[in-house]
Write a protein that binds this ligand. Sequence first.
Ligand code: SF4
Length: 240
Amino acid sequence: MKGITGRIHSFQSLGTVDGPGIRCVVFMQGCPLRCIICHNPDTWDFSGGEEFTAEAMARKVLRYRNYFRNSGGITVSGGEPLMQAVFVRELFARLKAEGIHTCLDTSGCRTSDDVNALLDVTDLVLLDHKYADPEAYLAHTGERQEDAEAFLDLLQEKEIPVWIRRVIIPGLNDDDASFRQLKRLRDTYSVIRKTELLPFRKLCLSKYEALGLPFPAEKYPEPTAAEMESYRENFTKAER
Ligand code: SF4
């Protein structure tokens, strides 16, 4: 009998930027959102990618277990992993049974019984919280800010550690009010263990060209290293 399957966009064997330590990163295929800075427009189509059973994917990840040492493990990213929560739950359950650390990289766009069950086998969540202003949130992602925060409420209730990640786009979400809101969020939810400010990058332009799509955030500049430094300082100093 065929086990639970998921549609996978791609697999990265030794990632170092999506969670602690050295990790295998599984990029799921399919996303209902349309973030204007999305790096992976090729993951949007729910019918793309390749089908894998959770068992086959777990076996693939376990080949790299010697690299994980104490802090590494698996991160499932996307696309949007919550859209294939049953598959990811099965994958995580198999890996947790082998002592592997499990991490979910998500927009937090939905909560459901399946998502709840997935969180029961999730050790860490990387949550992209994109804008302070609810209108900007919806306009630039297609996601309601309240949905991301309902997901955060669920993480708080289940006491699952979270790293909040915000990509800083100069002119769009680099104002003082945005940093204040981010700080409020961090101070409100005790499960937030880390807040990462990441620079907006346009490395994905060729992907949009290949798909014949305009890159909606083309007019915004990439922040320099010095600007990122000063954003991090603004965040540290922001008053609630
Ligand atoms: S949630 Fe992620 S994959 Fe989906 S559109 Fe936004 S950035 Fe792209």
